[in-house]
Write a protein that binds this ligand. Structure first.
Ligand code: 8YV
Length: 312
């Protein structure tokens, strides 16, 4: 008999087909009354899939008394109740590393766009403004100072990308990392003051909530740019909107927001901010690799008792 699996959130089509071959899958994302369904059927499930942005909270875990394994699509753990999973001996798999390159690429796309105003200049051409005069000058990227908040797997790849732009790199985090050839700055305001570009690559969750405060933005200053490919919660979004609207920082490139998919409307009219709909890992290649790992984590769990990439 195939193990019963609760699918929380859609996955790429081929992965859903592959899961259906090996598991007795219930498409929970299609339920009109999810709580009522879980109250009646929660005890049937031994496995579940979810997505980093969807997660699984304490209430849902309590409604799944026989759950043995969660396999999450994504690297973020801020929406997964790992403490409850650990206490109950539930294995949790996730998909780190396979997305590092594309997320770092997107950080650089945002950085280049914010500084050189690629999107704003494109809008300028499209609205027929060019014949009325040249586009204003923008800001050089090469040779500038890059501050990275969170020198983890993704932060390291962003730092590596920056060597092609001859940038000097320093970073802030919980502690200095062994084997990292960049300067550690133990104070975030000091890093922001030093940096021309401050890139957020830290995990989300309560520990990093509003780490980038109004004071940090003030330290970044009117010549500084903020790039966020991590989680919207790491930045005090109201303070960021205010800083952008009043040119207290030069600009920003944002892939993530505090209340996705809702973006503060005050940002829509501003040309000094580039807005993306949380797509940093969204390439065919990377999403296929992430989906493959969602499946492989489950298969490994049922073959060996352990997921390949454990979040716990
Ligand atoms: C995913 C992400 O697109 O991996 C993560 O944590 O934020 C993205 O790669 C998304 O969260 C999957 O639901």
């Amino acid at each position: 008999m195939k193990p019963r699996l609760l699918q929380h959130g859609r996955l790429p089509e081929q992965t859903e087909a592959r899961l259906a071959e090996h598991f007795d899958v219930h498409p929970f994302w299609a339920e009109s009354d999810p709580a009522a369904y879980l109250a009646q059927h929660g005890g049937e499930f031994v496995a579940m899939t979810t997505r980093a942005a969807t997660g699984v909270d304490a209430t849902m875990l309590a409604a799944l008394p026989n759950l043995r394994v969660v396999s999450s699509f994504g690297v973020g753990l801020d929406k997964l109740d790992l403490d409850t999973a650990r206490a109950r001996g539930i294995a949790v798999g996730y998909t780190p590393d396979v997305l590092n390159d594309c997320v770092a690429d997107t950080a650089f796309a945002l950085l280049m766009d914010a500084a050189r105003q690629v999107s704003a200049a494109d809008r300028y051409v499209r609205r027929g403004a060019w014949p009325r005069g040249p586009y204003p000058l923008t800001t050089r990227v090469s040779g500038k100072r890059l501050g990275i908040v969170g020198m983890g797997r993704i932060g390291r790849v962003i730092a590596k990308r920056s060597s092609g732009f001859d940038m000097e790199v320093r970073y802030f985090g919980r502690k200095a990392q062994d084997g990292v050839p960049y300067g550690f700055e133990p104070s975030l305001p000091a890093l922001a003051e030093w940096a021309d570009f401050l890139v957020i690559a830290a995990s989300g969750g309560p520990e990093t909530r509003h780490l980038v405060s109004a004071d940090v933005l003030k330290a970044l200053g009117p010549q500084g740019y903020l790039i966020n490919i991590a989680r919207g919660t790491v930045v005090d979004e109201a303070a960021l909107v205010d800083a952008l609207a009043n040119q207290r920082i030069a600009g920003a490139g944002l892939d993530v927001f505090e209340d996705e998919p809702n973006v503060p409307p005050a940002l829509f009219a501003l040309d000094n901010v580039v807005l993306l709909p949380h797509v940093a890992s969204g390439t065919h290649e990377t999403r296929a690799a992430m989906a493959g790992l969602v499946f492989d984590n489950l298969q490994s769990f049922f073959a060996t008792g352990a997921v390949l990439r454990s979040a716990i």
